[in-house]
Write a protein that binds this ligand. Structure first.
Ligand SMILES: Nc1nc2c(ncn2[C@@H]2O[C@H](COP(=O)(O)OP(=O)(O)OP(=O)(O)O)[C@@H](O)[C@H]2O)c(=O)[nH]1
Ligand SMILES: [Mg+2]
Length: 214
């Protein structure tokens, strides 16, 4: 009888295992497929303002409490009846390896630069260079944000950032659409302009690649 029970349990267990395996596989496949359609990656150094910007663009909410992002935040957003996946990455150096899995399926990049910390521009340049050099980032459009302009009363830091990160710098990594914006969470209108541009551009891009059923 004992032996019979074991024989009975084994196929049930095996079927459950196979079903679970297929469920996980299909779920992952579906998620990846959805992400690859309209996913937008928010990248930059730690404390640059990625989560603040991504949250404002996706919900219109301004958050001020700083909590470092420790794993990729996925937010599904619907603009003009089209759904997008916002991918907000952790900026800390020790967590940047996690960007690899999602950058590969990104259709759009948003790079957030904190212009108030010129001492970190070299590091910011290095991080951006590594991303733009990737084969799978060829032709991926980029929105570059000179962010936290409210912290630069003289305007000198913004000028310096614009010399450091200009169109020529970006274009050395191949052809892509690139747009630059001065932004600050203190003037949400500066981010509304980004959102409008992003939505228009993505719809156009999606139509061109016909991955939207419009
Ligand atoms: N003065 C000012 N502060 C800002 C602005 N945008 C964001 N911050 C602040 O900058 C800090 C970091 O913002 P986050 O959005 O959490 O930065 P992050 O890039 O997501 O950081 P990680 O998750 O660690 O990679 C927070 O204290 C924000 O309130 C801005 O435009 N002006
Ligand atoms: Mg964050």
């Amino acid at each position: 009888m004992g032996k019979f029970k074991i024989l009975l349990i084994f196929p049930i267990g095996r079927n459950l295992f196979i079903s679970a395996f297929f469920y996980i596989y299909l779920h992952k496949f579906w998620e990846m497929r959805k992400m690859s359609r309209h996913s937008i990656s928010f990248i930059g150094l730690d404390f640059a303002g990625k989560t603040t910007v991504a949250t404002y663009l996706s919900t219109g909410r301004i958050i001020r409490d700083f909590r470092p992002t420790l794993d990729i935040n996925y937010t599904e957003v619907i603009f003009d009846q089209i759904d997008y996946m916002f991918l907000d990455y952790p900026g800390q150096a020790k967590l940047r390896h996690s960007w690899n899995k999602c950058l590969a399926v990104s259709r759009f990049l948003v790079y957030v630069l904190d212009i108030s910390t010129p001492g970190r521009f070299l590091e910011a340049e290095d991080v951006l260079t590594k991303v733009l050099k990737r084969k799978d980032m060829d032709h991926i459009p980029l929105i570059f944000l000179y962010h936290k302009t409210d912290l630069d009363k003289s305007g000198n830091k913004l000028k310096y950032a614009k010399l450091f990160f200009d169109r020529e710098f970006i274009e050395q990594f191949g052809e892509r659409d690139v747009r630059f914006f001065d932004t600050t969470i203190e003037k949400p209108k500066t981010l509304d302009v980004v959102k409008n541009y992003m939505v228009d551009h993505i719809v156009e891009l999606a139509k061109a690649h016909s991955y939207l059923d419009l």
